[in-house]
Design a protein around this ligand. Sequence first.
Ligand code: ARG
Length: 461
Amino acid sequence: MSNRMWGGRFASGPAEIMEEINASIGFDKRLAPQDIRGSLAHVAMLGTSGVLPAADVDAITAGLKSVQAEIEAGTFAFRRELEDIHMNVESRLTEIVGPAAGRLHTARSRNDQVATDMKLWVRDTLDGLDAQAAALQQALAEKALRHAGTVMPGFTHLQSAQPVTFGHHMMAYVEMLGRDRGRFRDARARLNECPLGAAALAGTGFPIDRHATAAALGFDRPTANSLDSVADRDFALEALSAASICAVHLSRFAEELVVWTSAQFGFVRLSDGYTTGSSIMPQKRNPDAAELVRAKAGRIVGALTGLLIVMKGLPLAYSKDMQEDKEGTFDALQALSLCLAAMTGMVRDLEPVAETLAKAAGSGYATATDLADWLVRELNLPFREAHHVTGRLVGAASAKGVGLEALSLEEMQAAEPRITDAVYAVLGVENSVASRISYGGTAPGNVRAQAERWLAQLSGG
Ligand code: ARG
């Protein structure tokens, strides 16, 4: 049998394998709520614009609501031979309403319909991701407030650099997530133009009111060019780009959690709720959730690059290639949602191990910069010379296998005779972090103020 929606000029139906490669219903059925919402707005507008009589509008509206109820109840029979969600809905509408259902597709095409449906889905999803990222920021800022003064090693090149606080480290991710949320919002604002009514590609001769459908669907305005309306998926690409950057942030944090929870580091404890055991090694507490957050960044970035490559060679306007936007976009944005939820749970439950962190913070000559700064401040040495003197002292301590604080005053004075025993105060990690009071620095007071600022902002919406 030829297709009942477009089969007018076809003598026979598609080959089995054609149906399989062509059908998108297996994955675009999730667009049913958006599709019906779009159709309800479209048919209402056809009524007010005088394109359809009220009786048809009423019948189609009631029919669409029945279809919606069937889909929500799980009684709707999705059919692959009807290709996609748009034709599945319309076909069932025809069974319910009769021939009047055929008038719904006046002044529209599946091309503007699918672009509208996808934009609605991406828009809702971005809103959800924004809220989830805010919840993670809140968990991080609360943890930061509690551990504003918990000293830990700060690294560059994964080598001990300077002591920081655990709260400061958590707040770094709060800032990253703040920018991620900004990107979600920017993407949302840019996508919020309605393609509906662009029809197949050229617009329509019917006296439709695109401003009305745009407003009814919560868009800021209709898209201004009918070709662009149906030909681009940059809104999905932009959402995937923002999602990829956020996923990379989460992945880096996840990597840190994996390293920090190892026996060799022992910096933090994850709760039982976010770790798993081993079937053979009884001692194990594996950070699986963190590992999976780290891994899911791969498929999220993969969805972005996949869709970029799908789009890169397509002439205007619609090509069926664009149907490939869906699975990757759905999968990636859902994966990010799961990552944000898992991270929020992990952060709420995790506990830093203060003694281990403090000990690690003091190892690796992490207060060498504090010593150099002291030489500049107290002895007025140029920083480069202070760096040199400190380097000699680190060398001396390292040769003895001890920390800087274990060098005697005589040993210190061998490198620079004017050093006094006041120097020992700056060699402690607590003093080191307390001294970092520059704006954005790791001093506990700063960290507390930043955490409080964010918490106030987050609770203000
Ligand atoms: N299932 C299609 C998609 O996702 C809908 C648009 C079909 N349009 C067309 N001209 N065949 O892209």
